[in-house]
Design a protein around this ligand. Structure first.
Ligand code: ADP
Ligand code: MG
Length: 478
């Protein structure tokens, strides 16, 4: 029998999904986990403080109605908030919030990332700002092309993107201050950081927005020490309304710079100015960072960007081509997106080199050219083939849609294609059995193991099947 809380929450979700757009439902409700149901109080776990605030701000009416419908007039909802998932080392602990009493502070543990902006005067006189300095026009250093319009949304970036958008609507006045965007290289941190800045500028033309690379910041500080005008340096940064610091991990181990940044940070934060940071690691993994500065980073929201899925990668390429007014056959785009999976910058690089090749040699762009270029581009020839790509090759071979593999169907041909995809994924990728299973129809590792054995057996015993395997294998090697 299904647990009661799960059952109740599923019913609530049904109502909710009927009432809000699919996208919003996916973003804000799918990540929620029901925890328990006691005395008509349903506790749901949300991934972060940001989530909680968003739900309370945008969906409280709907939630209340739904809870009432499912649990009756005494029904109540409590939130259990995972203190940001970026801080995995910190004991993940949760706290319950009654919906009706959200402003009560007595239950808030000290290290909850509370919204310290609320209730503060906005007009704290600022003795530091040199009169007249405000008039200096600050060039924002923003790159127009890195706009929200050009930043394709996908599951991989939804939280960070939504937070960025919310900030741009209301800089300095949301709970996500600072916003720390983190990810591996080439996944869009810098792009998103610029997009936030551009959007703030567009919504609030009078605000002073500044985008600065952390190396630049460090060098400017060193110069200011050399020229003995550190005060000017600090004052300049303290008058910014939205400060965006890219690659903040570079400040690690630089104690003096951290010290000065700490003061700038405090000043901006106290005055409800927005701070956006990017980093190649989550805060918990930032070594060589002063604890007091690190603790500041945790005041707001840390949101990561993940590797985009195939559909998003294709959309990113299409958007880029469209923007540049270039036509390219769809199979080439698809091939690119299949082949380069973990770094968008590299994928774009490969695109550029294909374009360059075709222009230089006056060759039309076709799959042939793309394959040759990509092989060269991905320097090491034993490049990792992705599970996505394997699925595509297997499905193309049997002329079936790729969705079939991920469907629940137990039709013989499809089961066989799925098993082959699993077999080749095991053979050609470094993914674990569990990961392979997850991507091939949401199966567990035992199923993958079974698939590999079945394929091996069939290769031994079934001539026709052996031909399939050999031919697919050849296609995978290109
Ligand atoms: P990072 O700062 O994380 O290393 P960048 O922001 O420099 O990554 O992104 C690398 C490239 O990928 C840029 O050209 C950027 O425009 C592009 N890119 C990344 N994410 C997206 C996205 N969601 N939509 C469109 N382009 C993207
Ligand atoms: Mg970057």
């Amino acid at each position: 029998m299904k647990k009661k809380h799960i059952d109740v929450w599923e019913k609530c979700l049904k109502v909710i999904s009927d009432n809000i757009p699919m996208q919003a439902y996916k973003t804000w409700f799918e990540p929620i986990r029901p925890i328990k149901l006691e005395n008509d109080i349903l506790t749901i776990q949300v991934p972060s403080q940001f989530f909680y605030e968003w739900l309370e701000e945008h969906y409280i009416g709907l939630l209340k109605k739904t809870i009432k419908k499912e649990l009756g007039i005494n029904g109540r909802l409590e939130y259990s908030i995972i203190i940001d998932s970026a801080f995995k080392d910190a004991k993940p602990y949760s706290v319950n919030y009654p919906t009706s009493d959200r402003r009560a502070t007595k239950n808030k543990p000290m290290n909850m990332p509370i919204d310290i902006n609320k209730g503060k005067s906005r007009d704290i006189p600022n003795p530091f700002i040199i009169p007249g300095l405000k008039k200096i026009k600050v060039e924002s250093q923003l790159v127009e092309a890195y706009s929200f319009d050009n930043f394709i949304e996908g599951d991989c970036n939804r939280l960070a993107r939504s937070a960025g958008w919310a900030i741009a609507e209301n800089p300095g006045k949301t709970a996500f201050n600072p916003l720390l965007i983190y990810s591996a290289v080439g996944l869009g941190k810098t792009h998103l950081a610029h997009a936030i800045g551009l959007q703030v500028k567009s919504n609030f033309p009078d605000k002073t927005v500044l985008f600065v690379k952390t190396e630049q910041f460090i060098n400017q500080y060193i110069d200011s020490v050399r020229n003995n005008n550190q005060n000017d340096f600090v004052h300049f940064y303290q008058m910014i309304d939205t400060l965006i610091m890219d690659d903040v991990q570079f400040i690690a181990g630089k104690d003096k710079t951290q010290d000065v940044f700490f003061h700038i940070f405090n000043h901006l934060h106290q005055n409800n100015k927005q701070i956006v940071l990017t980093s190649d690691k989550p805060p918990v993994e930032l070594k060589g960072m002063e604890p007091r500065l690190l603790s500041r980073f945790k005041w707001g929201l840390a949101a990561d960007l993940q590797v985009p899925d195939l559909e998003t990668r294709i959309a990113i390429l299409q958007n880029k081509l469209y923007k540049d007014g270039i036509d390219m056959p769809y199979d080439v785009i698809e091939y690119l997106a299949y082949s380069i999976t973990t770094n968008i910058r590299e994928m774009e690089g490969a695109l550029v080199s294909i374009l360059a090749q075709s222009t230089l040699n006056k060759k039309t762009i076709d799959l042939e050219l793309a394959k040759r270029m990509i092989d060269k581009f991905v320097k090491n020839t034993t490049r990792e083939i992705s599970i996505d790509y394997i699925q595509k090759v297997v499905c193309d071979y049997f002329d079936m849609p790729i969705e079939a593999i991920n469907s629940k169907t137990r039709k013989r041909e499809i089961v066989q294609a799925r098993q082959l995809a699993m077999f080749f994924s095991k053979k050609h990728t470094k993914n674990s059995l569990a990961t392979i299973g997850l991507h091939c129809g949401n199966k567990d590792h035992a199923t993958v193991l079974h698939a590999c054995r079945t394929v091996n057996n069939l290769v031994e015993t079934d001539k026709q099947f052996r031909v399939y395997v050999e031919e697919i294998n050849k296609k995978l090697k290109i």
